[in-house]
Design a protein around this ligand. Structure first.
Ligand code: SF4
Length: 455
């Protein structure tokens, strides 16, 4: 599929007020038969999250990197461009959206820039999440960002990163523990991302068990190997499927996780589970599927503002008033789930944890219905775009122009430029074949290195 472009339409900010912002995503899911009773996307929120790429630079060279060959040769977007993109996210999706500060690794930007972005996202009523490999995310940096309004920090740690001195996922747990210590007590929600690939699939149950037992970790996401970007590992092994990953995680958690009770977007893209954990045990919260669907229907009924993400607490209160019997049943189910933690209750605190399996598509095998019902967008100069589409067309978007309107006039920018231009005709990206070896990463670097060694 060539030149696929799935932007959500962009009505201007104020005209959105009072409209149903969830309608575009709901329509995408309905048109491919994915809007069943368990669907949360388009029903309770207009999008799951939007990535704001603040740099294309990275201090690692992952073997499954989604950046492009040219990415590292570009300039970082000026703050004015990023502020304009944040405003666009807000006008598309309203308040409550999770804006992911990502890259590259965002921590390569000045901490003052990241603080300004967190403040702006908070000012506009959205959530911010720092997506980082953690290397530069020191306690001091996280403390400053938390004070500036950062809500979440997501650490990406796995064997695709080839961190020196670590031979397997179990050894990387030292890094994971250190990162948890850095973020602990700052009021941040702690998330962990893991790429599942041929090199760690066998270790998945053990890794899942480790993550289950970290009481500070609120969200764990397993992202399946995808053939996109500059990474040197290409096709996913046949053994890695959504179902095999789900079974491996369940083996680690020591319990069925009911990945099919509630949906977050297209079922071929995402699988979602919610558990309570305590003292080395986990119990699924979604085990009573009919009850889950009835609670969702009741929440939908009391949700009178489709102009933003659902604010779950006030809606729960209204639901309790309007459906007391259902609320009582849901409460007893929760109490029973906690009780099933048994001896775990004596060993540690009870926590809720979300478990996610994400299935990115290969760049040359994009499926139209999934792109049209994407819940994971990237902010571009042309508005939010499906992450899978963006990864497949990254250079095209790096070269396209952002327009910035300011009191001093209108300016343009693209990734080939350090600063803004007053003219819309912008330069193209540099040819990566001309770059010195040290500026290259991924496939081009591997190819040039082997050519060098052969000569
Ligand atoms: S980024 Fe790709 S895999 Fe993820 S929800 Fe969007 S279309 Fe699906």
């Amino acid at each position: 599929m060539k030149d696929i472009a799935f932007n959500h339409p962009t009505p201007a900010g104020r005209r959105f007020k009072g409209t149903d912002r969830r309608a575009p995503l709901r329509g995408g899911l309905q048109s491919c038969g994915e809007y069943g009773a368990g669907q949360t996307a388009g029903r309770f929120y207009p999008i799951a999250c939007v990535a704001l790429e603040v740099t294309q630079r990275c201090n690692l060279d992952c073997t499954l990197c989604y950046l492009s060959d040219r990415a590292e040769m570009t300039y970082d977007p000026p703050l004015s461009v990023l502020f304009a993109r944040i405003a666009t996210i807000r006008s598309h999706y309203g308040t409550g959206v999770s804006v992911q500060l990502s890259g590259g690794d965002p921590t390569l930007r000045k901490v003052e820039d990241l603080e300004a972005l967190c403040r702006e996202i908070r000012r506009l009523g959205m959530r911010s999440c720092l997506m980082t490999n953690g290397i530069r995310a020191s306690r001091a940096m996280l403390t400053r960002l938390a004070a500036a309004g950062l809500d979440d920090v997501a650490f990406h740690v796995d064997m695709t990163q080839e961190r020196k001195g670590f031979d397997n996922e179990a050894e990387l747990n030292t890094v994971r523990r250190a990162y948890i210590r850095r973020a602990r007590g700052l009021g941040l929600r702690i998330l962990f991302n893991t790429t599942v690939f041929g090199g760690n699939f066998d270790e998945l149950p053990e890794l899942a068990r480790f993550l289950r037992d970290q009481s500070e970790v609120a969200f764990v996401s397993f992202q399946m190997q995808a053939d996109t970007g500059r990474g040197v590992l290409r096709n996913r092994p046949d053994a890695i499927t959504q179902d095999s990953v789900a079974r491996a995680i369940e083996a680690g958690y020591g319990t069925p996780l009911d990945f099919d009770a509630a949906a977050v977007g297209h079922s071929k893209c995402n699988r979602y589970a919610s558990v309570v954990t305590a003292g080395g045990r986990a119990v699924s919260l979604l085990s009573n599927r009919p009850l889950v669907h009835r609670v969702m229907a009741a929440l939908e009924e009391v949700d009178d503002n489709k102009d933003a993400h659902i604010r779950i607490r006030p809606k729960l209160r209204r639901m309790v008033r309007r459906h007391p019997v259902l609320a009582l049943r849901a409460l007893s189910h929760l109490a029973l789930s906690v009780a099933r933690l048994g001896p775990g209750l004596l060993r540690g605190p009870v926590r809720r944890q979300a478990v996610f399996i994400h299935n990115f598509m290969a760049a040359d095998a994009l499926e139209e219905d999934r792109c049209a019902s994407c819940v994971f967008m990237v902010a571009t100069g042309n508005g939010p775009l499906s992450m899978c589409v963006h990864n497949a067309q990254r250079d095209q978007h790096l070269a396209s122009a952002d327009r910035v309107d300011s009191p001093m006039g209108t300016f343009w920018w693209n990734s080939a430029m350090r600063g803004l231009s007053s003219r819309p005709d912008l330069p193209g990206l540099k040819d990566p074949q001309q770059a010195p070896l040290k500026r290259l990463k991924g496939q081009l670097r591997a190819a040039r290195r082997s050519r060098k060694e052969a000569s």
